[in-house]
Design a protein around this ligand. Structure first.
Ligand code: CO8
Length: 260
């Protein structure tokens, strides 16, 4: 697969993906959004790939937002189409059947934080600064920020960040549950690879079914979410990995999952 603004490498059954538009601090333009859309298809199309670690090229930014140059002259209709397109791509990431880990290596602002929030695990470098600065541009978050931030950190904290547009540092992000971990720059990718390696040891189908149960169930009423979990549980019971994992435990050996 060839991408305009993504650099993709395969490592230990994961795709390690850098968003690479360093001249604009990796800001998301149309081409990058198309690339991210195609990336999810690539991940789903390759059975051997277990997930994605997503980061920004360079040492300064994960993603500094939507490309402001593409926003300034939009009509209301174009702005809505633009927001809906970005939301569609980020929802595709959030609803992916395989996990996405965001390695937040610097600024994650506006659309950049919205992208990190559509990933399933977020590891921050200690120097990261993140926020939703859109209101300072007379713009509002349009790639899911007004919805996902409150769901992750609670509405009170989300509103303070959204309405002031102020950035927070990595420690504060960790304190409020926006960052899963905070590490030094040299440890960022290894920490993400360690999380990926833990997932690699587990049943691939089980990881995928649990991911979908948790993500999709979050927006359902509890009874519906529980029923969805039951149906995912049934799908897991139909896999060879279920038998392998439980047999391995009972015979005190390591499981050899086949992802079937
Ligand atoms: N878009 C385009 N170019 C950018 C962006 C961006 N978001 N961010 C940085 N750049 C460019 C700069 O213009 C500059 O280019 P040049 O060298 O040609 O002048 C280059 O990247 C380096 O940036 P700075 O010189 O500004 O670097 P600093 O270290 O001084 O500052 C900051 C770093 C603080 C990150 C600063 O660049 C900044 O504030 N960037 C903008 C951050 C921002 O406001 N992001 C939100 C954008 S809006 C958004 O994301 C909306 C999402 C929803 C859209 C819905 C669709 C309608």
């Amino acid at each position: 697969m060839s991408y305009k603004n993504l650099v993709v490498e395969e490592n230990a059954s994961w795709l390690e993906v850098q968003i690479d538009r360093q001249k604009a601090l990796n800001a998301l333009n149309h081409d990058t959004m198309n690339d991210l859309d195609a990336l999810v298809d690539e991940v789903h199309g390759k059975d051997e790939i277990r997930g994605v670690i997503l980061t920004g090229a360079g040492e300064k930014a994960f993603v500094a937002g939507a490309d402001i140059g593409e926003l300034s002259d939009l009509s209301a209709e174009q702005a809505m189409a633009h927001a809906a397109r970005g939301q569609g791509v980020f929802s595709k990431i959030e609803n992916a059947r395989k996990p996405f880990i965001a390695a937040v290596n610097g600024f994650a602002l506006g659309g950049g934080l919205e992208l990190a929030m559509s990933c399933h695990v977020r590891v921050f470098v200690s120097s990261a600064s993140v926020g939703l600065p859109e209101v300072g541009l007379g713009v509002i978050p349009g790639y899911g920020g007004t919805q996902r931030l409150g769901r992750i950190v609670g509405l009170g904290r989300a509103l303070e960040m959204t309405l002031t547009g102020n950035m927070i540092d990595a420690e504060e992000a960790y304190r409020i549950g926006l960052a899963n971990k905070v590490v030094e720059a040299k440890e960022l990718m290894e920490t993400c690879r360690g999380i990926a390696a833990s997932m690699n040891k587990r049943g691939p189908r089980a990881v995928s079914l649990a991911l979908q149960a948790a993500v999709r169930g979050r927006d359902m009423p509890l009874a519906e979410g529980l029923a969805f979990e039951v149906s995912q549980f049934g799908l897991a019971a139909n896999t060879d990995d279920w038998k392998e994992g439980t047999d391995a435990f009972l015979s005190k050996r390591k499981p050899e999952f086949k992802g079937k």
